[in-house]
Design a binder for this molecule. Structure first.
Ligand code: 9MR
Ligand code: 9MR
Length: 581
């Protein structure tokens, strides 16, 4: 069967582009552009030489331009030309028109053009809350009951200790659902929380202005931090107070069916402690401790509790420095077998580095220094759940002045050099690239959750911009936001609820089961992934940058996940904050 399907798919992929509508061949950010920033559309497989920008309300031409030279996609025989209309600065709603091809989707030019995108992608976390009813006044048509309270969760055999033997009941309520599934994972919460707390630390003034219409709105804490707090409180319950170790996840044995959160009846477990979980937890709680220090009156004791929890987890990790979460191995010994997401990691150097950096910044205690291990020889990549090294470099950049007075002082120039090197790598040859984006220069960018690769590249560029004020970095961060908003090989806007070619069927259980036509808004779809691990039959292309299907069968290309939403939120919010100045 698969042998027959191969050539058919190959045929489809070469023919797919030509079968697309004009709007799908004029790839463009379907939300919009800032008056004073670069603006472009990418024209696919057209021999036209010129284009026009027209006003939507009266179809009047406001700009005529020449298309660029042809650029070839590295992934297929598709070629593109760039329509640059940066010269159009007047606020309004427009579309691009290409002779013999047609009109693009419409878009706006205005200040604060991504404000709603930024807010919705943070509000997306509210919609992932477990253990609190989502009320209509906050959730609109996506209101739903609380879901699993997780107040009676069992210690799995893999996590048993003398004080907490197998079958002991603990309470571990709240937190965010990880993704399209209903489990809660510490490792993935790690990078997610680190990214959101960093958004707050990098752009505190802007973060404070964000009104998300969540139950805590109007209290004395910024909404972004209220949302973070929802998951932080859950994370704190995942630490065994007896020894400081942290359970990898709170989970059903297997994935639920396509039902609502309150319909799940499976027994839930906390499973095996691990080094990655302990160190990611230590990093997050150390960072949270310093962020919430400023809210001591509203949240008495929280900052101190976070720091104590962090230090306890760190101590546990020192005693268990390389305890891998290997689900298959675990299942040979313990019952029930656990077959939900693994988030298994073997290499802990990056987790050591990140936790040590956060602890050093928060406490100033030099004993943490030796585990940071900043090196001029490191090859920094954009972060991902198993690779958090770069998060240490970001936090050290942010606190460079403070750290320059302590044991890490000689590392600061190296940190800055490494973060800017990463940005230079991402921006190299963008002006020759078929989408004119940092995203998608190499096939590897299109892996499971590729949208988060684009978003995390954007975050890296913002970090480098903060250090250097080099406009090129900011402009190319915006290029990647344009990618996510529609200037990509699929023409989809990957954030639910936004754009004209909308993602409608994410692999997200509430969106599937709630009976509401539109999916839950503000969630970032995974994006193209030629791995096609879900074996869905509705993909129409095998080409890396097009290998996506807006079908809820597709957990490998169209699931949503908190660790993908966090850099999406960071990128959109940071760009809004920087364009306000
Ligand atoms: O729904 C699950 C999704 O959250 C995971 O990312 C994915 C990969 O682990 O698995 C999904 O669950 C599927 C399972 O792996 C196989 N049987 C069908 C399940 C739902 O599509
Ligand atoms: O994001 C994860 C990706 O890097 C892995 O390749 C994939 C398969 O192990 O799992 C992804 O994470 C899923 C997790 O295991 C369960 N919840 C849904 C996550 C997103 O698909």
């Amino acid at each position: 069967m698969r042998k027959v399907l191969g050539p058919v798919l190959l045929f489809l992929c070469f023919s797919s582009v030509f079968a697309q509508s004009p709007q799908e061949r004029i790839l463009i950010n379907q939300v919009g552009f800032y008056p004073d920033k670069p603006k472009m559309a990418v024209i696919v497989n057209s021999d036209a030489m010129n284009f026009a920008v027209k006003s939507k309300k009266d179809n009047k031409t406001v700009f005529r331009g020449k298309l660029s030279e042809k650029r070839k996609s590295p992934f297929s025989d598709k070629y593109t030309k760039i329509a640059d209309f940066s010269a159009v600065k007047k606020a309004g709603t427009y579309y691009v028109e290409v002779p013999a091809l047609g009109k693009s989707y419409s878009f706006e030019i205005r200040t604060e053009v991504h404000k709603e995108v930024a807010k919705a992608s943070i509000k997306g976390f509210y919609f992932q809350r477990l253990g609190i009813p989502l009320e209509a006044k906050y959730a609109g048509q996506w209101a739903r009951p609380a879901g699993n309270p997780d107040t009676k969760v069992y210690i799995h055999g893999s996590a048993a200790t003398e004080k907490r033997p197998e079958g002991t009941k603990i309470s571990s309520p709240g937190g965010w659902l990880d993704a399209g599934d209903y489990n809660k994972y510490i490792v993935n919460s790690g990078i997610t929380m680190g990214t959101l707390l960093s958004l707050y630390e990098d752009f505190p003034a802007f973060s404070k202005t964000l009104d998300l219409n969540i139950p805590e709105s109007g209290n004395k804490i910024p909404d972004l931090l209220d949302e973070v707090l929802w998951n932080l409180r859950w994370m704190l319950t995942m630490q065994d107070p007896e020894d400081g170790g942290v359970y990898n996840k709170l989970t059903n044995p297997g994935f639920d069916g396509m039902i609502m959160p309150h319909e799940t009846l499976n027994k839930r477990y906390v499973v095996q402690k691990g080094t990655a979980a302990a160190l990611d937890f230590a990093a997050v709680t150390a960072q949270a401790s310093r962020v919430f220090k400023a809210y001591e009156t509203a949240l008495p004791g929280l900052s101190d509790s976070c720091l104590k929890a962090s230090q306890l987890a760190w101590k546990w990790a020192k005693q268990n420095p390389a305890l891998e979460y290997n689900q298959d191995e675990m299942n040979k010994t313990f019952a029930p077998k656990i077959v939900t997401g693994g988030y298994g990691d073997k290499n802990f150097l990056d987790e050591w580095s990140w936790a040590a950096a956060e602890l050093l910044i928060t406490t100033g205690d030099k004993t943490y220094y030796e585990d940071i291990k900043v090196s001029p020889n490191v090859f920094l990549n954009v972060p991902s759940w198993p690779n958090v090294q770069t998060l240490a470099y970001y936090s050290m950049s942010r606190f460079k002045d403070q750290l320059s007075k302590g044991p890490a002082k000689n590392d600061i120039p190296v940190v800055i050099k490494k973060v800017t090197e990463l940005a230079d790598r991402l921006t190299k040859d963008t002006e020759k690239h078929y989408l004119n984006t940092p995203m998608g220069k190499i096939a590897r960018d299109f892996s499971w959750g590729s949208s988060s690769v684009a978003a995390n590249q954007g975050v890296a560029l913002i970090q480098a911009y903060q250090l250097t004020k080099n406009e090129l970095y900011l402009n190319q961060a915006i290029d990647n936001l344009d990618y996510l908003m529609g200037r990509n090989g699929t023409a989809y806007n990957f954030l639910t609820g936004f754009g004209s070619k909308k993602v409608m069927h994410p692999h997200h259980r509430p969106s599937i089961a709630d009976g509401v036509n539109d999916p839950v808004p503000g969630l970032l779809s995974g994006g193209p992934n030629p791995g096609k691990q879900d074996k869905c039959t509705t993909y129409t292309s095998d080409v890396p940058d097009e290998c996506f299907t807006d079908d809820d069968c597709s957990y490998a290309s169209n699931e949503i996940a908190i660790n993908w939403n966090a850099p999406m939120a960071y990128l959109a919010a940071a760009i809004e904050a920087l364009n306000k100045k």
